[in-house]
Write a protein that binds this ligand. Structure first.
Ligand code: CO8
Length: 373
């Protein structure tokens, strides 16, 4: 018989700086005024469209986001820079991603009541890696004094749930007893803060989870009843940054080397896909959406989450059924659904069932059905 796998601990590292929508819009609109002044002649001749201002009202209505945490506020808000300032560290120092990961991991280990030496594997699952190698996960492994093995993986916003499945499979297969899954997301580094359509979307954060064999766990935790992953190619969310970019100098610095999306199409296509995915997953283990106490959904857009929950339940969800954290954190890519799980699970009682679900670029969807022990 395969061992039962539990999520026994979680951790959250939140960068200390926050940017409110008001601060973001003020900085963006200063950039717009400077740009339009500098290019006034082109705008007057009709060869260039003036840039349009952003607005707090639009951001809150279209997304539900009120603020975001970032690793560097000054660089992002400087209208002449509009990118975080992250000085490169020496090879002997911990990278920024690993530093955030170690802080979140220590919390998760503490929450699970286990020590780093008891972990057999580290999976760093995130949308962007600070470098290709040595793997960020191996750096984290070394910093925490963990044995076994470690690897990095990326499925954009779905990285955490895809990582959870890899961890659960390793535990079931007996290749690891306890696995740390960590999601350091520095989205501010890959966001075009000069693009009005998306400058408000992302924030930085790091989450961590401990998964282990139920018979070894010191905390009741949440039993993993099942995981289900799906991908379907789409060009609607894209990032063409990569190691081959220098092979074509003409492309370096082009807009598509940062996050780009067709937000409306994503909204329209992904919501039904996610609702069907979750319903199908639940049905596969003889459950239905009404039997689920909590949906910890990916946190990209408030309207999106409400629509998905409505499709599943046939009614508007109660706030506690599908907790929202994106108002405070914005879209933190793979970490979003895990932040919701971290902050909104303590009140569930033994036997209650919940679904962690992520979705995003790929397209990708990952769901994890759990039961409180
Ligand atoms: N202020 C004022 N007006 C604006 C602004 C602004 N900031 N931005 C756009 N407008 C205008 C537009 O120009 C448009 O004007 P018009 O009607 O005259 O053309 C109007 O407002 C409406 O614009 P949209 O149609 O774009 O607005 P939407 O209502 O569709 O809202 C959203 C935009 C919020 C982006 C919405 O479409 C959305 O949330 N879609 C889903 C997005 C999503 O979930 N994406 C997932 C991405 S994340 C992921 O998968 C992994 C990424 C990895 C991380 C990368 C790190 C950076």
């Amino acid at each position: 018989m395969l061992p039962i796998v539990v999520i026994s601990g979680t951790g959250l590292y939140t960068p200390p700086c926050t940017i409110t929508n008001q601060e973001l819009v003020e900085s963006y609109n200063r950039y717009v005024a400077d740009f339009n002044l500098m290019r006034a002649a082109d705008i007057a001749s009709g060869s260039l469209e003036p840039l349009q201002e952003s607005s707090v009202e639009f951001i809150e209505k279209a997304s539900g986001i009120k603020q975001r945490h970032v690793v560097d506020k000054a660089g992002v808000l400087d209208p002449k820079r509009m990118a975080p300032s992250i000085p490169e560290r020496t090879n002997d120092e911990l990278s920024l991603m690993a530093e955030m990961a170690v802080a979140a991991a220590r919390q998760a280990l503490d929450n699970a009541g286990c020590s780093p030496e008891e972990i057999d594997a580290v999976i760093c699952a995130a949308s962007n890696m600070q470098r290709p190698y040595p793997a960020i996960s191996i750096e984290i492994q070394k910093a925490l004094g963990i044995g076994g093995y470690a690897f990095d993986m990326n499925v954009a916003c779905s990285s955490a749930t895809f990582g959870i499945e890899q961890a659960a499979n390793a535990i079931k297969a007996g290749t690891a007893r306890r696995v740390l899954v960590i999601n350091p997301e520095i989205c501010s580094g890959h966001l075009d803060w000069r693009d009005r359509d998306c400058h408000f979307i992302f924030g930085d954060v790091c989450t961590a989870l401990v998964l282990e064999r139920a018979d070894l766990a010191r905390r009741p935790g949440f039993e993993v009843l099942g995981t289900k992953l799906a991908t379907q190619f789409s060009n609607n969310i894209r990032n063409n940054f990569g190691f081959l970019n220098r092979g074509d100098e003409a492309g370096i610095g082009k807009r598509d080397k940062l996050f780009v999306q067709e937000g409306r199409k994503v909204f329209k296509e992904v919501c039904p896909m996610v609702a069907e995915h979750i319903a199908g997953h639940l049905q596969g283990i003889d459950k239905n959406p009404e039997s689920v106490s909590r949906f910890w959904l990916h946190q990209a857009n408030l309207n999106m989450n409400q629509l998905i929950a409505r499709k599943l339940l046939g009614r508007d969800p109660e706030p506690a059924e599908a907790p929202v954290i994106l108002d405070q954190f914005a879209n933190t890519s793979s970490a979003g659904s895990i932040i919701a799980f971290h902050l909104h699970r303590a009140d569930l009682t033994a036997g209650e069932v919940g679904v962690i679900c992520s979705f995003g670029a790929g397209y990708s969807v990952g769901s994890v059905i759990v039961r409180k022990r």
